[in-house]
Design a protein. Structure first.
Length: 85
């Protein structure tokens, strides 16, 4: 248990934080997902941390999986999109 740990929605903050990466992976069973969501909806601290963590994970994932657009491709794409049809 962490200092300032709160029990909301049936879970402690520390439990929510432990589950967070599995939660974002979609690896938790639905009943655990419901508990995490119930906690986060009542706990501003976990909500804030969860949002930061989710953004970080999303950024990492994007980096790993999507091939980055080269400046050249991005420029051509933008030109094509702005060209009159
Ligand atoms: Zn919390």
């Amino acid at each position: 248990m962490l200092p300032g740990d709160r029990r909301l929605g049936g879970l402690w903050c520390s439990e929510v934080l432990e589950q967070l990466s599995d939660y974002l992976e979609g690896a938790l069973p639905p009943d655990t997902v419901a508990l995490v969501q119930a906690h986060v909806s009542e706990c501003d601290r976990c909500a804030r941390f969860g949002a930061e963590f989710a953004a970080m994970v999303a950024a990492l994932r994007e980096h790993q999986q999507a091939a980055p657009l080269t400046p050249d491709v991005a420029t051509r794409l933008r030109r094509r999109l702005s060209a009159p049809a």
